[in-house]
Ligand binder design. Structure first.
Ligand code: PSU
Ligand code: MN
Length: 298
């Protein structure tokens, strides 16, 4: 156990008895959804994990403590005001006693250190459009190369350069596995037209793959992807993304602020429509992650 890490007793108990636990990310909520919709969403995600027979562990930083399994009474405090914490932000945020929403990179790292092997999120970070000039490539991709954990997501948003993101995943040796799909989903969009190299039909197959990766001592995460249940029209999304990117460029937004800026822009101009799709896929991914954890620990 690390000095700066606090694990919820229920999560500790489940891990000690080899029962199914699912980590839930918080940057997607602190920086991807407005308050108070983010509080309702984390509650629904935790409920979805429990309904599929697993214990939820919401991960984030509270006053500089890395918390694995935030209490419902603590959700509000983080979701109303927190910094976005990727891996490089962890130590600075801890020593300055900050609240933090942890990204896919930071959550995968923390969860895996705590002994959790399944994690649910919305979309992963990836290679940004224009990366050949900006070098903006999410730390999520590097973290996935060295954190052996199952990450359940709906692919990546079309704010990114998705073909380059897929290439990068391949270079890093990260298996991208379609859950009952053969196409890489694009978050709001059910299919990006990018073919997946591998797919599975049920969670038992995922369990077998994970056990095989362990047997081979592979260090990578397994990225399991499924389309969201409320897909949005691809042309609509593409137009909004182009708009959002133009606004970001005009305002000189870059670095860690870029992803939240684009997400907020999409949420604010498209209104309910995209937000409903976003929330629906987060719940669906939490439910699937609960089943995957059950297959690994049942
Ligand atoms: N992509 C999404 N939704 C999100 C994020 C990315 O479609 O909410 C969030 C996640 O928390 C992800 C992070 O880990 O942004 C990646 O940020 P960056 O690109 O700055 O690494
Ligand atoms: Mn970035």
């Amino acid at each position: 156990m690390m000095e700066h890490m606090r694990v919820h007793p229920e999560v500790q108990e489940a891990l000690a008895h080899n029962r199914a636990v699912v980590a839930l990310e918080t940057a997607v909520l602190t920086h991807g959804l407005p308050y108070p919709a983010n509080v309702e969403t984390v509650r629904d995600m935790a409920y979805a994990v429990r309904s599929s027979g697993s214990v939820p562990a919401v991960i984030g930083l509270l006053h500089g403590d890395v918390v694995v399994g935030l209490e419902p009474s603590e959700w509000e405090e983080i979701l109303v005001d927190a910094e976005k914490c990727s891996i490089r932000d962890l130590a600075p945020a801890i020593i300055h006693h900050k609240n933090g929403g942890t990204t896919v990179a930071a959550t995968a790292y923390i969860a895996q250190k705590a002994g959790i092997d399944v994690f649910a999120t919305g979309g992963i970070g990836g290679v940004h459009r224009g990366a050949s000039h900006t070098w903006d490539i999410s730390a999520d991709l590097y973290a996935m190369a060295s954190c052996p954990i199952v990450i359940v997501s709906s692919g990546a948003k079309s704010i990114l350069d998705l073909p380059k993101t897929m290439e990068f995943l391949e270079s890093m040796g990260i298996p991208v596995i379609g859950y009952q799909t053969r196409d890489f989903p694009g978050f709001y969009v059910a299919s990006t037209g990018l073919a997946l190299p591998h797919f599975v039909e049920d969670v038992h197959e995922v369990g077998s793959m994970v056990r095989t990766m362990r047997d081979l001592a592979l260090p990578q995460a397994l990225l399991l992807v499924q389309p969201g249940p409320l897909p949005v029209d691809p042309d609509l999304v593409e137009n909004l993304v182009r708009d959002a990117l133009e606004h970001a460029a005009a305002q000189g937004i870059s670095g860690k602020l870029l992803t939240p800026f684009l997400l907020n822009y999409l949420n604010s101009v498209a209104g309910d429509h995209l937000q409903r799709a976003n929330i629906a896929l987060l719940k669906a991914n939490a439910a699937l992650a609960g089943k995957v954890a059950g297959a690994l620990h049942g």
